[in-house]
Ligand binder design. Structure first.
Ligand code: KG4
Ligand code: ZN
Length: 339
């Protein structure tokens, strides 16, 4: 089988990343330069700082990805790049770098949707996974139930009406004094707490397939504020465990209910929140109980990386998708829109 080697670039948020992926599932290198330490002191991602850091790091990261894969640009068959959704200034750095390489080497350019990349992380992890399947995509900016009909056709069956799951994690973490990004910290702390200590609201749990996390977030913040006003010590581990228990129950319940209704028997997770230990365990158990297969990416492939973009780019490349030098960053790019 002919090897198609894709150099993939991802700069949609606070990770400058480049990877080499062969035939969509074989990762030869996956280099990530994270800016988390820079943004932590501001409590979240500062877009202008993110763009400037991407400019500083992009060439270094691309060179390292090629070196680690033992390749040069002459070995590369196509360039894949995230062009949305994300921070416009951050996306632009990756898009411009990708266009420059594609132009100077005269090789095809493929634009990739960031969320389609997250979903494709599952193809790297589980080499036998093929659509159709139902994917719960939960990240800092998205909470979507996506029906992946084939490698190019995505249908959003449910989504958050307000905060994304990761956003709720980050805001609750901040309220209980944990640094950005809060998701992994709450996940770790929740192991020391009682998940039943607080009965936080499970918004819309049996009402359709959309999500709402702002009521849950407000309930936690209200409790924290009133405890602080009374001068009480915060039971942070119990808050973390109860919050996580609530989020996981809502995510798992809706995913399984939708799968049953649609007659889908394959479930996958994607996005930064897919790294959550409670969500992985809860979904695994529910899938086993219902006889569904279950895929989830390894930790490094859950949060932003370029290998997942290289996988998604490959399947788009096979379809014949080609971007030209007019490719631009699209901060609110809708899922499933094809170039
Ligand atoms: O996919 P991602 O790296 O960036 C976006 O596209 O948004 O996701 C980042 C989000 C952050 O909100 C972070 O707190 C959350 O994923 N996250 C987690 C965990 N690891 C990362 N949330 C819960 N538990 C985790 N273990
Ligand atoms: Zn992401």
């Amino acid at each position: 089988m002919k090897e198609t080697k894709i150099l993939a670039i991802e700069t949609s948020c606070d990770e400058t990343a480049a990877a080499i992926v062969v035939n969509g599932r074989d990762v030869r290198s996956n280099v990530i330069s994270t800016q988390i330490d820079l943004h932590t002191k501001f409590g979240g991602v500062v877009p202008e700082i993110a763009s400037r850091m991407h400019v500083e790091k992009i060439n270094i990261v691309i060179r390292e990805a090629l070196e680690k894969a033992n390749m040069t640009l002459d070995d590369i068959d196509a360039i894949g790049v995230t062009y949305g959704p994300g921070l416009v200034g951050a996306l632009l750095v990756g898009v411009v770098a990708a266009k420059a390489i594609a132009f100077s080497k005269n090789i095809p350019l493929v634009g990739v949707h960031h969320i389609e990349g997250h979903i494709a992380a599952n193809y790297i992890e589980d080499k036998t996974l093929e659509p159709p399947f139902l994917c719960l995509v939960a990240s800092g900016g998205h909470t979507h139930l996506v029906y992946v009909q084939d490698y190019h056709t995505y249908e959003i069956m449910g989504k958050t009406r307000d905060d994304a799951a990761g956003e709720a994690y980050d805001k609750v973490a901040r309220a209980i004094g944990l640094p950005y990004p809060g998701g992994p910290k709450i996940d770790a702390l929740s192991k020391e707490g009682n998940p039943k200590a607080f009965a936080f609201p499970k918004a819309m749990i049996s009402d359709g397939y959309d999500f709402s996390f702002s009521g849950l977030k407000s309930a936690v913040l209200n409790y924290v504020n009133s405890a602080k006003m009374k001068g009480e010590e915060l039971p942070v581990a119990d808050i973390a465990a109860s919050f996580q228990h609530t989020v996981v129950e809502v995510l798992v319940t809706k995913t399984i209910a939708l799968a049953k209704e649609k007659g889908i028997t394959k479930i996958a997770l994607a996005g930064g929140v897919a790294a959550n230990s409670g969500l992985r365990a809860g979904m695994e158990e529910a899938c086993r109980a219902n006889g569904f297969s279950f895929s989830y990416p390894s930790l490094i492939l859950c949060t932003d990386n370029a290998a997942m973009i290289g996988s998604a780019a490959y399947f788009e490349y096979l379809r014949g998708a080609r971007a030209d030098m007019t490719l631009n960053a699209v901060p609110n790019l809708p899922l499933g829109k094809k170039l």
